[in-house]
Design a protein around this ligand. Sequence first.
Ligand SMILES: [Zn+2]
Ligand SMILES: [Zn+2]
Length: 272
Amino acid sequence: MQPSLSTDLSVVTLATVPAPLLALLVGIVTSQIANLATTLYLHRGVSHRAVTFSPGVTLAFRVIVWLTTGIKPREWAAVHRRHHAFSDVEGDPHSPVLLGWVRVQLTNATLYRRAARDGVTVPRYARDLAPDRWDRALFDRGWLGLGIGLVILVLLLGPLWGSVAAATHLLLYLSLSAAINAVTHTFGARPYDNQATNLQWLAWLTGGEGLHNNHHAAPTTARMAHRPGEYDLAWPVIRALRRLGWAQVRHEKPPVRQPARARAGSGAGVGP
Ligand SMILES: [Zn+2]
Ligand SMILES: [Zn+2]
């Protein structure tokens, strides 16, 4: 059987892309997939229950998070919930107000790890997230997930360019995750009265996470864009999944509309 013209064209198109450029593109796409899984599943889903996904979608997210980040959802959620409970005061695991934004930007993964392993944060803030048999067999083995993810990239692109793609993805993912904790607690607009800020340019790169001031004001609201001119790229994904019957949204809009600077504290009353 003759291959179709469109198959021929896509093979030729991919073959003509220089290997370094293809590796960078694959790294960027992998990173964006990881970012979307992080904001949709780890953040809005597991941590805040702002959206609940069907079992099939949940399993897909668990696999993606495992292969692209090696993060244990229970640990991520516990550290993040503690961040909401002590935003920018003593007890916040990664506050730029306490530590300086450069330190949080450069050492975010270490700060996260320290809180996740302190023996207190996970038992206290992730009581509802006991490991199941999938966790025990696979998802709690973060390095195994990352290793399989790397092998997939190496099989696709070869040892050198597969490793370049993996390094590109990890660098982008770590930098952008850190920027949410460091930059959007330091620079940008504060339409709600909390220490977090909104930065639309960062929201474009992080599936809406850059609208962090909105999020701290209404953590259980699935949509992070609250005003005209704000764009949350993960929201259309949630809407599409909801239309298919694969996602349920807790709040689409902030539960209580409040004028700018009228709210004391971050996320009080609507936390996880
Ligand atoms: Zn925050
Ligand atoms: Zn949050």
